[in-house]
Every structure is written in C-alpha cells, then in structure tokens.
Design a protein around this ligand. Structure first.
Ligand SMILES: Cc1cc2nc3c(=O)[nH]c(=O)nc-3n(C[C@H](O)[C@H](O)[C@H](O)COP(=O)(O)O)c2cc1C
Length: 189
C-alpha cells in the first residue's frame, strides 16, 4: 500500500512534523510505503477561480489556470492507495499551504462523479486520515477538523479517522495516530 502523507507546516520540527513522523512509523509498522509531501517546500498558489468562478477544471478535471507544482502532485496522487493530511491549525482552519493545494485538488476532482462519462475522483473510496495539529491555545481544532472532513467528503475519500492533536494531548495522541495509520495500512493490504 502506498500512502501519501501531506504536511502543511513551515516548521521542520514542530507538532505537525511530530504527527507526520508518528504516521510514517505506523505505516512502516504495517509494511506500507509513505510518500511524504511537504507542501511548504512546494510552489502551489491558491486557486484564482478562473472563468466565471467555476473554472475550466470543473469539466477538464485539471488545473490550467496556474502552472506550478500542483499539476505534478495532482498526477502523482492518482497512484495513492491512502491519504494522510496533517495541517497546523491556523485561525481555527487549515494552513495556507494545505488549503492552496487541497482546494485546487477539490475543484479538479469533486465534479467528476456528477458529469457524463462516469469518471471518479482519484481518491474515491480510498482511506484517509486528517490531523489538525494545534500548537497554540488548542482553540479552533474542531473547526479545522470540520473543514478537513468536508474536504475529504468532497474528494470522495473514505474517512478512516480524524485527529485533533494539541500541545497537551500530543504525548498520547501521537501514539494513537501511529496505531491508527498502522490499522489503516493493515486494512488496505
Ligand atoms: C497564523 C497562525 C495562526 C494560528 N492559529 C491557531 C489557532 O487558531 N489555534 C491554535 O491552537 N493554535 C494556533 N496557532 C498555533 C499553531 O497551531 C502552532 O504553531 C502549531 O504548532 C503549528 O504547527 P507546527 O508546530 O508544525 O508549526 C496558530 C499559528 C499561526 C502561525
């Protein structure tokens, strides 16, 4: 099983990175391969809502509005058997790098099932785990998880679990996250 692990923090050694390491360890335990994508190290601009707002991606399912790293990551993600998103909680929501990538991905993938041709999202029925890493007050983790849940639903993924990790809960939640990813990978074998 190949699991794509997206992290959306500029910090190489913060709470987000700790969550990613725990997720990676869980995948390894179950014999799964992880592809760790650090979104802050990639050039992915925010969607410009081209055309009348619906964009050409609605019908073409690719982004032609902005040429950057999005296209390569989008193509690559088609090979994923599972997905993990770890975002730091910023203002009670997703970090900017996480939002930029996944909002563009949603636009490309979410409409496939509604159009003729019976195409499906590249993440359709694939297991997914989302993590909101709140290293500040801990406020806003729930609203961040609500955004992540909506995003995964629009992408057609099968939500395996949603995690709120704070400074206080980190110690025990990281162990739970590792176990969660091991279980997800084992189920996908
Ligand atoms: C712009 C910004 C907004 C933030 N908003 C929140 C917030 O709403 N709730 C919270 O608990 N922490 C908040 N934080 C703190 C981050 O969640 C915290 O720094 C977290 O550890 C980031 O992950 P990192 O350690 O991987 O960088 C915010 C941080 C930044 C930079």
């Amino acid at each position: 099983m190949k699991i794509y692990l997206f992290s959306g923090s500029p910090n190489a050694d913060g709470l987000t990175a700790a969550c990613c390491r725990a997720a990676e360890a869980g995948a390894k335990k179950a014999g799964a391969e992880t592809v760790w994508v650090n979104l802050n190290a990639r050039k992915v601009e925010r969607c410009r809502a081209c055309g009348n707002g619906w964009g050409t991606c609605r019908e073409e399912h690719v982004c032609t509005g902005i040429e950057d790293d999005f296209q390569q990551l989008h193509r690559q993600l088609a090979e994923a058997d599972g997905l993990i998103i770890v975002t730091p909680v910023y203002w009670g929501g997703l970090s900017e790098s996480t939002a930029s990538f996944f909002e563009r991905l949603r636009r490309c993938e979410a409409f496939k099932q509604h159009l003729p041709g019976n195409r499906q999202s590249i993440l359709r029925a694939k297991p997914a785990v989302a993590v909101a890493a709140a290293g500040g007050s801990g406020r806003g983790t729930v609203s961040c998880l609500v955004d992540l849940e909506r995003l995964l639903n629009h992408l057609g993924a099968e939500i395996f679990d949603l995690f709120a990790v704070t400074r206080r809960s980190g110690q025990y939640k990281l162990a739970a996250l590792e176990a969660c990813i091991a279980a997800m990978a084992a189920a996908g074998k």
